[in-house]
Design a protein around this ligand. Structure first.
Ligand code: NAD
Length: 297
């Protein structure tokens, strides 16, 4: 099986390396010379355009920053849909809006090309360790076809429903995550101001009904969780700008179906403010600085 991988950045670079480690033949393209160099060092075949990478491939995986890049790679002037052979399978793992991938899948099906969405959770460590969760939007046959390929890069491959539903699952999860992180930050900061030891407070929350991933694994207060970004200056985590992007996707999708996302809107503004003040690359748990007297960076 020949695989093409387009978008070899922080996530895609490691995912492609795991495909190579499992013995697959992988050709790849990225706009970044450095990304291409790492890919070649791992045994990948560098191509000079998305079309060149994709035209001989049976499976094409894309891992790109946002919807505009995904549209460009599939449908743009040098887009891959124009050169793919009938019967090929495309998997987009970028986090984008559900409608974009539905549009691309509809155009693909006119040429007997199957396109599905499989956004991920697990971050850069999950990508590196091959432990990602994939949220797959595809028909049953499509899901069965992508499952063995995704298993080289992840450990949970979840079928969410038809094309687009993988993105729905991803943006709803991250909507909840952004809100829950802000709630934990608010509670931790209030407790500290009222005089409780943050360590004691976190212990109570994590054995009580306030417990969640943001309190237990990625607590925003420094030195509560040894391996959390808050304990290393909010570096090397899930960037605030990516959380802002995902909240924007959730709010945009909500607008299309006229569904209120009240807390999501509020939290989006808080993340927007963090980005404006220059903290776009800090972990999203740095939202706690809205509640502290001094800046964390
Ligand atoms: P990244 O910016 O590190 O990588 C994206 C890569 O795409 C870059 O190397 C860039 O050069 C390349 N690119 C852009 N336009 C291109 C084009 N037209 N053709 C070829 N390559 C192109 O981003 P990332 O962190 O790898 O994230 C990728 C996607 O995964 C995003 O949609 C992001 O929201 C999602 N995601 C990221 C994380 C994370 O922790 N980083 C976690 C889950 C999901």
């Amino acid at each position: 099986m020949k695989i093409a991988f387009i978008g070899l950045g922080n996530m895609g670079g490691s995912m492609a390396q795991n495909l190579l480690k499992s013995g697959q033949m992988v050709s790849g393209f990225d706009l970044s010379e450095q990304a291409l160099q790492h890919f070649a060092e791992a045994g990948g075949v560098i191509c000079d355009s998305p079309q060149a990478a994709a035209q001989e491939a049976d499976v094409i995986i894309t891992m790109l920053p946002a919807a505009k890049h995904v549209r460009d790679v599939y449908l743009g002037e040098h887009g891959i849909l124009a050169v793919l052979k009938a019967g090929s399978l495309c998997i987009d793992s970028s986090t984008i809006d559900p409608q974009t991938i539905k549009d691309i899948a509809a155009l693909g099906s006119e040429k007997q090309i199957q396109v599905c969405d499989a956004p991920v959770s697990g971050g850069t460590m999950g990508a590196k360790n091959g432990t990602l969760t994939f949220m797959v939007g595809a028909d049953h046959a499509g899901y069965e076809a992508v499952k063995p390929i995704l298993s080289f890069m992840g450990k949970n491959i979840v079928h969410c429903g038809a094309v687009g539903t993988g993105q729905v699952a991803k943006i709803c999860n991250n909507l909840i995550l952004g809100i829950s992180m802000t709630a934990v930050a608010e509670g931790m900061a209030l407790g500290a101001k009222l005089g409780i030891d943050p360590q004691a407070l976190a212990g109570v929350i994590n054995s009580s009904s306030g417990r969640c991933w943001s309190s237990e694994v990625n607590n925003p207060w420094p030195d509560i969780c040894e391996n959390a970004p808050a304990s290393r200056g909010y570096t090397e985590g899930f960037a605030t700008q990516l959380m802002l992007k995902d909240l924007g996707l959730a709010i945009e999708a909500a607008g299309q179906v006229k569904q209120p996302v009240l807390l999501g809107g509020l939290v989006q503004q808080l993340y927007q403010q963090l980005c404006l003040q220059g903290d776009a690359n800090l972990d999203f748990s740095s939202i706690i600085q809205h509640y502290l007297p001094t800046k964390v960076s």
